[in-house]
Design a protein around this ligand. Structure first.
Ligand SMILES: *Cc1c(COP(=O)(O)O)cnc(C)c1O
Length: 432
């Protein structure tokens, strides 16, 4: 191990605290963390100069690959002018242009206003607060409950977490945050009585596919049904496109695949192409109107770095790359290659229980050959992902579901490399 690698690992062990991490294991002397130092395209290099395919797009954020000259150039140009200025009381060119471009992605003009924040969680917080304040200002203050779906994930800040449905993350914080109701399906939603539906401010969903819930797609047509249900019951539809936004499902936004427009659209991860923390909550002219008038109607919410200029510059450049590289036009072929490659990986292999795919998002669920789940304590998914590193693939599992979510720019050859690495890791870890 190189001296600098050792130095970074020691400093990390002594002082860093990682997200969703068993720190005692992380800091154990036998655990050697991968120190990532640079990237180009779909590739990342560690401090020992080993190269890896970025198999989960750096925790689902990266769209056009690392070091894309168009995006890094745009960030540098902005940096040469000014790194950060306040969006409270002022505006700046990149934010104004970005808001215009984002609304332009809905050619019917349905999404009219953009509220910027920093992360997926804050994009959700904004939508929830707007939805509650909207009801107060439109004479329905009793509507302050949110409906969310079982096993959904909307972020870790308290409001967003109160809608989360993954027990192991959120159970201990129940009772904090918003009044929320969890349903498993449209059928369960349909069963709610009038007294309940009369208290609902909005319904929150990850459209087309739930991410943290082991990459589970919804039945086709469900989103359109949900839109109709919300319209019938006077509830807002809040779409969490933090994972699905920006081409990930094959369309710019997942909702466009079912011709649905929401009342609130939350985006983050891929907004900047994966280059900077930045988020946006888009909403309609009709919601916005309720915030006009006297001072009390203002939306009292914001962060120090709201509409960060470097993030806005990256986001604008990422949208340019979508056009210049014809990212969406090229996707069907890539999605097909991913499907074919994963089908080959699965064929003749009983431990691959199910492959779930939605666009460039895939979950490969591992089970025992008899179809029962592995003992969670065996951490099979994790072992496979760690083994895959030796073959040049970085990714993380969710329980025993291996996530493969490549940057959208991955070529057929690069996808083959990633699937090949997984194939060898499976062979080495559990086939034998
Ligand atoms: C990642 C994610 C979030 C939270 O975003 P952060 O940027 O991590 O706060 C919310 N919803 C979905 C669907 C996500 O995938």
């Amino acid at each position: 191990m190189r001296d600098d690698t050792r130095k970074w690992i020691e400093a990390d062990r002594a002082h860093c605290w990682h997200p969703f991490t068993r720190q005692a294991e992380w800091c154990h002397p036998d655990h050697e963390p991968v120190v990532l130092v640079r990237g180009e395209g779909v590739w990342l290099w560690d401090s020992e100069d080993r190269r890896y395919f970025d198999g989960n797009s750096s925790i689902w954020t990266n769209i056009h690959g690392h070091g894309h000259p168009r995006i890094t150039g745009a960030i540098r140009d902005q940096l040469d002018r000014v790194a950060h200025t306040s969006f409270l009381g002022f505006t700046h060119p990149a934010a104004a242009e970005l808001a215009d471009r984002l609304c332009g992605l809905f050619p019917g003009g349905e999404m009219e206003r953009v509220f910027f924040s920093d992360d997926g969680s804050t994009a959700i917080e904004c939508a929830l607060k707007m939805a509650v304040q909207y009801r107060i200002q439109t004479g329905e203050p009793e509507r302050r409950t949110f409906v969310a779906f079982a096993n959904g994930y909307h972020g870790d800040t308290l409001g967003a977490a109160s809608l989360g449905g993954v027990g192991r993350f959120f159970e201990r914080f129940r009772g904090c945050g918003y009044e929320s109701l969890h349903v498993r399906s449209m059928e369960e939603l349909e069963m709610l009585d009038d007294a309940t539906t009369g208290r609902i401010a909005g319904v929150v969903i990850e459209p087309l596919i739930q991410g943290v819930n082991e990459m589970r797609p919804w039945p086709g047509g469900m989103l359109a049904e949900l839109r109709a249900w919300c319209d019938r019951h006077g509830a807002h539809l809040i779409l969490d496109e933090v994972m699905t936004g920006f081409g990930r499902t094959g369309a710019m936004f997942a909702c466009q695949r079912e011709n649905v427009t929401p009342d609130f659209l939350c985006v983050a991860k891929g907004l900047t192409g994966g280059y900077a923390p930045m988020a946006a909550t888009l909403t309609t002219g009709s919601v916005y109107q309720a915030f006009l008038g006297d001072a009390e109607r203002a939306f009292y919410y914001g962060h120090s770095y709201t509409a960060h200029p470097l993030g806005c510059a990256a986001a604008l450049a990422s949208l340019d790359v979508f056009e210049e590289d014809q990212t969406l036009e090229r996707l069907p072929e890539r999605i097909g290659q991913l499907r074919t490659g994963l089908a080959a990986l699965q064929s003749g292999r009983k431990v691959v229980h199910e492959v779930r795919q939605c666009g460039m998002i895939a979950g490969i669920e591992l089970r025992r050959p008899d179809g029962s789940r592995f003992d969670p304590a065996a951490r099979t998914g994790e072992k496979v992902c760690i083994a895959a590193r030796a073959y040049g693939l970085l990714t993380r599992p969710i329980l025993d579901t291996i996530v493969l979510m490549p940057p959208l720019c991955a070529t057929g050859e690069e996808l083959d490399h990633a699937i090949g690495a997984l194939d060898r890791a499976l062979e080495e870890t559990i086939d034998g």
